[in-house]
Design a protein around this ligand. Structure first.
Ligand code: CMC
Length: 434
């Protein structure tokens, strides 16, 4: 426990007529917690918290969220201010180092990212092995894990190697992402360019070809940059917890990052942005205004949910969705840019926000509800949306990995369970079995 947590008076828990004194703590934003880490050794009781909705798994100084008030801050800075004024590379530096960079630090960080953007040439063969139509998230997870074979990590990690790992992953996840797309459409790979900055470089690798330059649209570059900032961290979400869990075994960090990518892929997490657009396309194709879809999402006998709605933590509004909605408004207000799916999304939101089902369950649009529309406007294919989320989240994953590595004591993640299977029974030879 760090000295950042203040102690309050202990909680007394009575179990089997015995009193246990449990330390209680308060974080710097007033979050209160009961420390139950010694409870089992003292009382033989474990705590049960499926999905960890009530469990703080670590102390962290990276991101603060107040879901009730719709607050999200990276290293103390409100997300709205960062989205408005900052750039993704600067935010990545902030998450990793705790402070905004000065001009020299930013230049050095950007230069290092640029100079590490080429993936090992031998990795190009791997891309040829994937079947056509492979989901780019599957390719991304595999390729990022395979970086571990090219960059072996010494048992004792020194500062320079640690810094280079972080740079490699933030830079090369973008190169691998663009290469997976190019492979999936059967086009030649476009190498990263030292002349281009982070987002421009990515868009250029995605959309230019050896025979055709890509005309960068400033508004699109800005919108993608903002998308990446908004996705850069979100404290102990499913993928970040996976990164901390895998990292706690001291596994190779490239494999650890790949675990984060795999966890992100699911439709209840990062995969939701792809699903939102598929849902909007379906509603558009059916010609409705979404009422029918909303009825299905409310029906407990139907597996469908209103994608892009609801959040484990935000119970009022998701500040990232607010920023993205404004960005969509700006983008689509531009002459010549329109998207019928944006109109459907706005209508769906309007209907859902008046509907008692969504109101009573505190279900509001989350970051994924509008993010896909921005990516669509940028021409990013739907199956790459979660890949973009992964590029954005990489600095956050690495900041958590680093924070864990430098904590007082790295404790391997190993929750308990409550066994509900068969009681003791004895082996039967096959002839005796029913
Ligand atoms: N549509 C319809 N009903 C919903 C939805 C939805 N999108 N989300 C939650 N509910 C209902 C759910 O059926 C349950 O109802 P009841 O109490 O009657 O059983 C209630 O609301 C609580 O839901 P929950 O699944 O227990 O809530 P959770 O906190 O475990 O899940 C969630 C959060 C994000 C997984 C869920 O809201 C969801 O599946 N949303 C759609 C997928 C989505 O948009 N995911 C992106 C999350 S934001 C990006 C990220 O950080 O990954």
């Amino acid at each position: 426990m760090t000295d950042k947590l203040k102690q309050l008076s202990p909680a007394i828990l009575t179990l089997d007529d015995k009193n246990y004194s449990l330390p209680t703590l308060i974080g710097i934003e007033g979050e209160k917690a009961i420390d139950i880490s010694k409870l089992r050794s003292q009382s033989s009781y474990v705590t049960l918290d499926e999905g960890y909705g009530n469990t703080a798994s670590c102390e962290s100084a990276i991101t603060y969220i107040d879901g009730e008030k719709g607050i999200l801050r990276y290293r103390g800075y409100p997300i709205e201010e960062l989205a408005e004024n900052s750039r993704f590379v600067e935010v990545a530096y902030l998450l990793l180092n705790g402070e905004l960079p000065n001009s020299r630090q930013l230049l050095e960080f950007s230069t290092n990212l640029n100079e590490s953007s080429i993936i090992p040439e031998d990795m190009h063969h791997f891309f040829n092995g994937f079947p056509r139509g492979s989901h780019p998230m599957g390719i991304l997870a595999t390729m990022v894990a395979s970086l571990s074979t090219f960059y072996p990590i010494p048992d004792r990690l020194d500062t320079v190697t640690e810094q280079q790992i972080v740079i490699n992953l933030i830079s090369q996840v973008r190169t691998i992402a663009a290469f997976s797309y190019k492979k999936s459409i059967g086009e030649p790979l476009v190498y990263p360019s030292y002349k281009l900055k982070y987002v421009r470089n990515f868009l250029n690798m995605m959309f230019s070809s050896p025979v055709r330059d890509y005309q960068l649209d400033e508004d699109i570059v800005r919108a993608i940059d903002m998308f990446l900032i908004l996705h850069a961290d979100h404290e102990q979400n499913c993928s970040t917890s996976s990164v901390r869990t895998a990292g706690s075994s001291m596994a190779n960090v490239y494999a650890v990052a790949s675990a984060g990518i795999s966890a992100l892929w699911g439709p209840r997490h990062g995969g939701a942005n792809q699903q939102v657009i598929q849902m909007l396309e379906q509603i558009h194709a059916d010609g409705g205004d979404g009422t029918e879809f909303i009825n299905q999402a409310k029906d407990k006998n139907s597996p469908s949910r209103l994608m892009g709605f609801g959040h484990r933590v935000y119970k009022n509004f998701d500040p990232r969705a607010m920023v993205l909605k404004k960005q969509c408004d700006k983008l689509f207000a531009k002459a010549g840019v329109s998207d019928p799916l944006f109109d459907i999304a706005r209508k769906l939101e309007e209907i859902a926000l008046k509907d008692d089902y969504f109101i009573s369950r505190k279900l509001y649009p989350n970051v994924d509800f509008y993010s896909g529309l921005i990516l669509r406007a940028a021409g990013i294919p739907t199956n790459m949306y979660t890949v973009l989320f992964a590029i954005g989240r990489m600095p956050g994953w690495l900041a958590h990995w680093r924070e864990m590595l430098h904590s007082e004591q790295v404790i391997i993640t190993r929750p308990r369970q409550i066994y509900v299977g068969e009681p003791l029974r004895h082996y039967q030879n096959i002839e005796q079995r029913p």
